[in-house]
Design a protein around this ligand. Sequence first.
Ligand code: ADP
Ligand code: TRP
Length: 328
Amino acid sequence: MERVISGIRPTGNLHLGNYFGAVKSFVQMQHEYDSMFFIADWHSLTTHPTPEDIRRSARTILSEYLACGIDPEKAPIYIQSDVKEVLELYLYLNMNAYLGELERVTSFKDKVRAQPENVNAGLLTYPCLMAADILMHKADKVPVGKDQEQNMEMARLFARRFNRIYNVEYFKEPESYHFNKHAVKVPGLNGTGKMGKSEGNAVYLCDDEATIKKKVMRAVTDAGPERLNQEKPEPIANLFTLLELVSTQETYDFFNEAYNNMTIRYGDLKKQLAADINAFCAPIREKILEYQANPKLLDEIAAAGAAKASARAAQTIKEVREIIGFRV
Ligand code: ADP
Ligand code: TRP
């Protein structure tokens, strides 16, 4: 079976955009591939989080991904910093990565611009650590967003370069699996573009019923259709896209028809949308709360994942040490 690995950046809670855009793909992939997922907490140190942030965010992410349907029996989930072998591979890859090519990585240049006061070496060698995460597992496919393509190219480059330097056919080049291509773009509730954390327009999987309702009832609309069967302007089209994701076909058709014959009442549409988003989120939310009430179980799941990842990593490190000429 082909191997899949992906890292999860520890940034806050999951919203509906993350769910339909990425997490759903992970959940599907665990049935089709030999998958593992990890929380990229070493990567997160580039922004200097506090120890409390680190501890809290690992548990939050674990509970949310498990609640969404990652089955740790099928797809072990681990915390990057529990698998120390990756650091050794990171060091070897650093030796074969050149300053010029690392400086040319777009996300590095963006960070230099955004945080000139904290251009640390970890930011520069971020692609080496990411390549180590991937190559350590000899992964075939890596599910990532489009924004990670350059890092994926670096991982392939480092794999080829290692093979060339040591004249071996050892690392295989990992393929990107762009879930954005397979997923819908989830719109925001404020009439524009996409739902996002930084856009401040997100419905989170852990939001309670009252919060969901409040957010949906505040969604931007307009004065209503002016002609029969007219095209929907963006804020309205967005609400229909959300309906398509969480409601039944009948509900969608009902409001679509009401829009087309100009009898629609946005208040009713929003009430229904809020109820359907809540019905969608409620079972996930309950599971999130169950996991969060059981930190011991979360720690056990993470430890079991780390043990599986370490076993693989140890094998890779042994082989790499032999190739390089170190004692094993
Ligand atoms: P945010 O900053 O909004 O939480 P991220 O950039 O951390 O989002 O997103 C992580 C992944 O979630 C992205 O690679 C993307 O695939 C997915 N994603 C985020 N927002 C959306 C959205 N509105 N629609 C579809 N997918 C999304
Ligand atoms: N860089 C990825 C992101 O920002 C997270 C990540 C770290 C990752 N290591 C990885 C993704 C390895 C895939 C494989 O989203």
